[in-house]
Design a protein around this ligand. Structure first.
Ligand code: AMP
Length: 187
């Protein structure tokens, strides 16, 4: 069993195709006995995900900076809510509590969080599985840009050496294996 950190959109205005993916991930994650760590908000895919995991009996931990509580809402679906002073502290706690990462469609915040766990893995700070849930081809442009980086020798590893790019929640969870917890030191 793993504690899975999920990074995802805080927007309520995105296409209707995406909330069912977050809902399926929350439900299936809980059904497989995994715990969820996420950004603690009630908005966007974050809210859908947490609600689904909670309703399916999963343990949900939300981690949110005090400044964002008004903007991203209070996580009524979290069994545990950790309020931090800073964004950095939020990310550090989310990272240190988790031993696998799943990235759903999202905006700048999601991409920032994804790039951090990706680069930490590239540099050997952790060896936990990362799944990029490419729902509806959402990440196709990003993954082809990463391929260009590889072809231009800006990166040594191909993305596929570091990240499982998968089409569904089920496939993402199939890639997650029970692994040792991180040492809590992201950088
Ligand atoms: P977005 O993908 O932009 O909707 O953001 C998803 C989540 O990432 C939201 O909870 C944001 O508060 C969070 N976020 C944005 N920037 C950062 C950052 N620098 N560090 C940690 N979390 C962030």
């Amino acid at each position: 069993m793993s504690t899975i950190c999920v990074y995802c959109s805080s927007s309520n205005a995105i296409d209707d195709a995406y909330p069912p993916v977050a809902e399926a991930l929350g439900r299936q994650l809980a059904a497989r006995g995994h715990a969820l760590v996420y950004g603690g908000g009630a908005v966007g895919l974050m809210g859908v995900l947490a609600r689904a995991a909670h309703e399916a009996g999963g343990h949900v931990t939300g981690v949110i900076p005090s400044k964002l509580q008004d903007r991203e809402g209070i996580a009524y679906d979290a069994d545990e809510l950790i309020v931090t002073e800073t964004m950095r502290e939020r990310k550090r706690i989310m990272f240190s509590k988790s031993n696998a990462f799943i990235v759903l469609p999202g905006g700048f915040g999601t991409l920032e969080e994804f790039m951090e766990v990706l680069t930490l893995k590239q540099l050997g700070y952790h060896d936990h599985p990362i799944a990029l849930l490419n729902a509806d081809g959402f990440f196709d442009t990003l993954t082809s840009f990463f391929e260009e980086l590889r072809e231009g020798r800006f990166t040594r590893e191909a993305l596929s050496e570091l990240v499982h790019v998968v089409p569904t929640a089920e496939a993402a969870l199939d890639r997650i294996r029970a692994v040792a917890p991180t040492d809590g030191t992201p950088s």
